[in-house]
Design a binder for this molecule. Sequence first.
Ligand code: ZN
Ligand code: ZN
Length: 446
Amino acid sequence: MALKDVISWTSIVVAYSKNGDMGSAEEVFARFPMKDMVAWTAMVTGYAQNAMPTKALEAFEQMAVSGMPVDEVSLTGAISACAQLGAVRHAAWVQEIAERNGLGRNVVVGSGLVDMYAKCGLINEACRIFEGMHEKNVYTYSSMIVGLAAHGRANDAIALFKDMVTKADVEPNHVTFIGVLTACSHAGLVKEGRYYFAQMKDKYGILPSADHYTCMVDLLGRAGLVDEALDLVKSMTVEPHGGVWGALLGACRIHGNAKVAKVAAEHLFKLEPEGIGNYVLLSNILASAGEWDEVSKVRKLMRNRRLKKDPAISWFEGRDGLVHQFFAGDNTHPRTRDIQKALFELVEKLRPAGYVPILSSIVYDVSEQEKQRLLMGHSEKLALSFGLLTLGSSCTIRIVKNLRICDDCHLFIQLVSRIEPVEIIVRDNMRFHHFKDGECSCGGFW
Ligand SMILES: [Zn+2]
Ligand SMILES: [Zn+2]
């Protein structure tokens, strides 16, 4: 093209980012002769959609700082970035910009803010925004219901669903039912869960997806109905994905059902051959059942497949708004010595409170001493230690983790919340854990 205007430049950026090639998008963007709001928005959205939330926020900040107007689209990108990061202080900043631009109560932006605050762990703030919105659509309601369910507020989620379909007369969609079924599952409401699952099909004509089945398997499985959950999977009209079998395997862990665990794991090993977490879960279940021959078979499989764990990462947002990142066994943080020292002191304080490291959380064939050392390096423990160090007591510590929290870290954090006057909120890849006074909102089921 001889004459490239800003619109054609932008469409190239959009095309690259849709293909997941943000590197090329950046190159094109750098060569833009004139960068307007639309061009910047394309970058913010591209980063957010490609799971590069920090970059999205940086681009959005540059937009805001240069005095460029922001609209619904760029705000939605920034809001989604905050939701991915779970970063509270950034969230407040983005909300302020939305309000300054008169978009705080806009139905698209508002629904995004509800979702963002719920994912950042501030469920009450999400409720406040929800209450303040004049116009609410199915996305607004769904964000709120899913948020309440993820925070273990099952009864509120179900009550809101009833309001939605009766008082507000808003037609629910498939996301709404994910929220409703998750809520039933968390609260152990088997009868209600079955009722809504049927209503979804019969009354609203929504065919259950594999994700809805996952919720139902989780619901039945937690309630101890493991065999019925397996029957449900066998009766599925859509192909079960890893989530469905994963929920079943999780239920087998809670109820110590080695027989069904083997069935679920067999499917998972085919669907997610690299998913080391499944091998770990199965070998723990088999170990609890005393099936040591089977345990060594699973370990051998892991060795043969040369499985490496996804790097575990925890994020912690400091008082200064900086997001600190910790890998497992990380000693690159500038305050790593202080973190280690605080962690060892913490362990000494936890022992009298009943802390005994859960060595089975480590599946590698290493000595007990090595297992203890590995457990102490888990990223959420490092983030927690750093949080206690920098925020002091009587505070709320928020940690976001990319993988499932292990048994040992769950116990550890639970006990910390008993002996220290702190509230600890951990978001793992599945749900929120609110630790306070030695209890967790998940009730030990996760
Ligand atoms: Zn752990
Ligand atoms: Zn928990």
